[in-house]
Write a protein of this length. Structure first.
Length: 231
């Protein structure tokens, strides 16, 4: 229902301003349902990781002494979750959009390959950001404040609500340079064929490497000193 409401809002906007942001009305509706499909796999509203609860309970101490990397183990778990949600939570909204509206369905195998590659990297970028938010519990103990801030920033700057191309001037350039754009906007534009493929994938890969690197540094830091409730 939320997706249908968003679609009609975007239809009204694009009928009033045809060609806005380089999209036509069909692109805009496609954008709506693509981003709806991303909510579950990307966990755009936050969460998806069990680390905050394990830090509060003290179970993280056991995780840190396991021979497996905490970060890679969490990534593997999150990728499995994202793959499942893509099938059961991502594809149905797209099929609904296809039934109710005219949406773009790429015919070129190359565009599908670019989109799926961008989607996979976007999942890693999303994990990298949420992993950092989860790690913050080691120092903050309560993650509710930072989780709400993360949800607001992710929802607004990822392109989940509106295409980032609508943001004017320097603010639009700034928004499109953030890691949140690599989660939603970049992958959606790859699906629509609106951006250079290699440049966009390189942008996404850059943020994936940066966030995973920061996560590795954060994991190393909590191995040296971590405060948990109860010990």
């Amino acid at each position: 229902m939320f997706g249908v409401l968003r679609a009609y809002i975007l239809i009204a906007l694009w009928q009033a301003r045809p060609g806005l942001a380089g999209y036509d009305v069909i692109d805009a509706v496609t954008f709506c349902f693509i981003t709806q499909a991303f909510i579950g796999p990307m966990q755009l509203f936050g969460g998806g990781l069990t680390m905050p609860e394990r830090i509060r309970s003290g179970d993280i101490a056991l995780d840190l002494i396991r021979p497996a990397s905490l970060q890679l183990w969490s990534l593997a778990e999150d990728v499995g979750r994202a793959a499942y949600l893509f099938l059961v939570r991502g594809i149905p909204p797209m099929l609904l959009g296809l039934v109710l509206f005219d949406i773009v369905v790429p015919g070129e195998p190359g565009r599908w390959l670019a989109f799926l590659t961008g989607f996979a990297i976007a999942v890693v970028v999303s994990f990298g950001w949420r992993y950092l938010v989860a790690l913050s519990v080691c120092w903050l103990v309560d993650d509710r404040g930072v989780a709400i801030l993360s949800m607001v920033m992710t929802t607004f700057f990822s392109g989940m609500l509106l295409p980032l191309h609508l943001f004017p001037g320097w603010f639009g350039d700034f928004a499109r340079s953030l890691p949140f754009a690599a989660m939603v906007q970049s992958a959606t534009d790859l699906y629509l064929g609106k951006v250079p493929v290699l440049e966009t994938l390189a942008f996404q890969a850059f943020w994936a490497v940066v966030l995973l690197g920061l996560g590795a540094l954060g994991t190393r830091a909590i191995r040296h000193k971590v405060v948990i409730q109860g010990g």
